[in-house]
Design a protein around this ligand. Sequence first.
Ligand SMILES: *Cc1c(COP(=O)(O)O)cnc(C)c1O
Length: 361
Amino acid sequence: MNDAIRPQPGILDIALYEGGKSHVAGIANALKLSSNENPFGPSDKVKEAFQRSVHTLHRYPNTDHAALRAAIGEVHHLDPARIICGVGSDEIITFLCQAYAGPKDEVVFTEHGFLMYRISAMAVGATPVEVAERERTADVDTILAACNGRTRLVFIANPNNPTGTMISAAEMARLADGLPPKAILVLDGAYAEYVEGYDGGAALVDARSNVVMTRTFSKIYGLGGLRIGWGYGPKAIIDVLNRIRGPFNLSSTALEAAEAAVRDQDHLVRCRNENNRMRTWLAQALAELGVPSDTSMANFILARFASAEEAEACDAFLQEQGLIVRRVAGYKLPHCLRITVGDESGCRRVAHAVAQFKGVK
Ligand SMILES: *Cc1c(COP(=O)(O)O)cnc(C)c1O
């Protein structure tokens, strides 16, 4: 034991992030509905790009990600010079904290917000500030009331995980406008593609100098295993983030697959349509069994039970049936289970199992 060797203050206070479970002891081929993955996976064009990349694996990837940024820019009508690509949007969140927050600074997020905001803030020695939500929905006035001269970053996912709820573009603009001068508003658009016609906040980024948007290939694009995401913001902020980005942070395989993915919007639309159809079906089926949920805008449902005990018991029962969903006690929702919208047969299995759990035939 060497007492002289110690991590930076605050690091040992970080609670380890636990990913969604992927196995149940004793059950082969359990259906994983715990990490909001796309049940259809990436498109065939993405798989072809992935396979092609095998021929250049001895080469370093390019450092500027120009081809992928150009593709994202074309598809979303954004300036590629203001796009940065990272190892998942998690890495963009990390860069923002590293570049803009440190000891004595505050990083604000909401009660049921994504756990990585807290972890990334604490990793740089900043103070995490958690703000209450109203009925599992972010509340702009409460967030603004928590901001002060020490606030450097305000993270908000829209739609939010694990609640699935969203706030309007007008509310988001009001939040951006009300922030103290040194604070950046970070709009996490991990689920933006599930909301037809929603730009993830890109227009707000363009209209303000204090807003950054993050996006990911892990959710609707079905590439969680590859680890790739991106951010869009004011040129000055993107330039700062690029200074701390490792030059080879993304593999050539990830870059080529992501480019093929963003260019295949037909696949995205098919996945969104199917997700939204089955999400409505599943939410209604569960509601009829006495398990309500807020209207979700994403690819999961936050199912509410009568108590934490009931949620836990249902989780255990679902596991026995080979269905893995997500407990969200760590998100201050101990009476809820987050259930990823799977394909049709997956959703039917969930509804059937919850019915059995509830004792309905
Ligand atoms: C899944 C998710 C992400 C994506 O993380 P990646 O690092 O891009 O895989 C970001 N934010 C939220 C709220 C998420 O749920």
